[in-house]
Design a protein around this ligand. Structure first.
Ligand code: SAH
Length: 489
């Protein structure tokens, strides 16, 4: 077995490489830094041994010798060890030292590069570290942050004379010194400087200045931060793209079950929002007996979950042959299509009442309705009223999922809280989620009614009553409420 020295990238979970994902999922032992992307360990094996060597019991960093000792100890046992580091393991990550220690101990290893903060943070700030005719070289620099340290290892005159972009992996405490030394070395006072804090993370912030102004302008910056010096920093004004996204600076909480939340969350992130996943519900499949659909002329599927579960129970796809299939909305229709079934009826309005209307002209003698245990009776009742024999089969139920304190707090502070079903309202409230403030967004009338039943008024109701409709109303609302938080470039 091998030890893997793996870069975890600068912080955005999307910038973790596929190789890193693969190795994390297979590892017996994981030794990770403090600065690894959120969720990076979600797919680790449940029985993997995980060490946070970024801190000791919430305190200071585990000493490098101790980290190396752990690495050798576990590496020597022949287990698969992943040493996960922020950014790239060989860029100011002490990965080289760890590789040498492994080689000396005769333990095989592999190095998996990661995206280094010095490139990624500027990129997210709209700054290319090289640019034709502007900068044809780039230097990555680190050093002592403490100006009181007698001898700095850095050759400041050489750095000042460097013909290209300077990228400092140093805290903001070092800013005055960096500016002062570069000015003393002859770099022009008006040279642009950017400080990028928490690069690629949801709360990334960039301060732009010059060698003369930056120390004062960025005095309050928080770690981790990259300082970039060079004319390319001036390109930010034209290239900045992150801040231009429509939901930049806004936090959106999604209360959907985790299994369904990811597509919605991904879309919101793409629009620039910070997403808080606060799943108060979870879908639990039920041990149901599904009658043979051939005994019916109509099969109604009332949710994407229902569609998926349906196929768990269907022994032979041909048993749907000749049966009219109705889906309650576009998401359910998509889930059916994904399994090779084109629904015959999909209503304009994605609610039970809409499906009843859409079925007005369909002759129904025997109908099978598959749905959640707690589903509403609107549809079966309406079909019975028309003289049909209706069998209802509950294929799954939604059950409460506890919310931890951090998630509750984050959701309470969110600019928008999205509810995609009445049950998500019920379980979110039961889990202690806050329903206060003018920021509740409901997917449709049944969900809005449930909010009202809890004494809360939805600020916005989506139309159409679909996840896409939900995103559309949030976009409109955000636009009408004016620009958000983020500092202009
Ligand atoms: N191996 C890492 C660097 C580790 S040194 C890499 O390749 O990125 C730690 C320094 O990296 C921090 O002090 C800070 O200057 C910088 N850094 C790390 N993550 C950062 C981020 N998300 N945004 C800005 N700077 C970051």
């Amino acid at each position: 077995m091998t030890v893997y020295l793996v870069g975890a990238g600068p912080g955005d979970p999307g910038l973790l490489t596929m190789r890193a994902h693969e190795l994390i999922a297979a590892a017996d032992v994981i030794l990770h830094d403090r600065l690894i992307p959120a969720g990076a360990l979600d797919h680790a094996r449940p029985d993997a041994e995980v060490f946070d060597v970024g801190k000791q019991g919430g305190g200071p960093q585990v000493p490098q010798e101790e980290t190396e000792r752990l690495l050798l100890e576990h590496g020597a046992t022949g287990r698969m060890v992943v040493r996960l580091k922020g950014g790239d393991p060989f860029v100011f990550g002490r990965g080289g030292e760890e590789a040498l220690a492994l080689r000396e101990a005769g333990i095989p290893f592999e190095v998996v590069p990661g995206i280094t903060a010095g490139i990624a943070a500027p990129a997210y700030a709209g700054i290319p570290v090289t640019q034709r005719d502007v900068a044809s070289a780039v230097a990555f620099i680190t050093g002592h942050e403490d100006p009181a340290k007698p001898e700095s290892a850095l050759d400041w005159p050489a750095l000042a004379a460097f013909p290209g972009t300077l990228v400092f992996y140093m805290g903001v405490k070092a800013l005055p010194r960096i500016a002062e030394q570069l000015l003393a070395g002859g770099r022009p006072p008006y040279e642009p400087v950017a400080v990028v804090e928490r690069g690629t993370l949801a709360d990334q912030r960039t301060t732009l200045g010059t060698l003369v102004t930056i120390a004062a302008k960025a005095a309050g910056a928080r770690a981790p931060a990259i300082t970039l010096v060079g004319p390319v920093a001036g390109l930010r004004e034209r290239i900045a793209w992150l801040e231009a996204r429509p939901l930049f600076g806004l936090t959106v909480a999604v209360t959907r079950a985790r299994a369904q939340a990811s597509a919605l969350a991904a879309r919101l992130r793409e629009l620039g929002a910070t997403v808080v996943e606060a799943p108060a519900i979870r879908v639990r499949p039920l041990d149901a007996e599904l009658p043979d659909p051939q005994g019916y002329d109509l099969l109604c599927v009332t949710s994407p979950n229902g569609a998926e579960r349906l196929f768990d129970h269907l022994r032979d796809a041909r048993s749907l042959a000749g049966v009219t299939v109705a889906a309650i909305g576009p998401g359910t229709a998509r889930a059916l299509r994904a399994r090779g079934v084109e629904p015959d009826v999909v209503p304009e309005r994605a609610v039970a009442e809409g499906l009843v209307e859409a079925l007005a002209d369909v002759r129904v003698e025997r109908a099978l309705v598959t749905r959640a245990a707690e589903g509403r009776d609107v549809l079966p009742d309406a079909l019975r009223e028309r003289g049909a024999v209706v069998d209802v089969v509950a294929l799954y139920e939604t059950v409460a999922e506890p919310l931890d304190e951090d998630t509750r707090v984050a959701a309470a502070a969110a600019d928008y809280v999205l509810f995609t079903s009445a049950s998500s309202v019920r379980f979110f409230a039961a889990a202690g989620g806050s329903l206060s403030g003018p920021r509740l967004v409901s997917i449709g009338p049944a969900t809005s009614d449930e909010l009202r039943a809890h004494g809360a008024e939805p600020a916005i109701e989506a139309d159409p009553h679909t996840p896409d409709g939900l995103i559309a109303v949030v976009l409109t609302h955000a636009r009408e409420s004016g620009p958000q938080g983020g500092s202009s470039p």
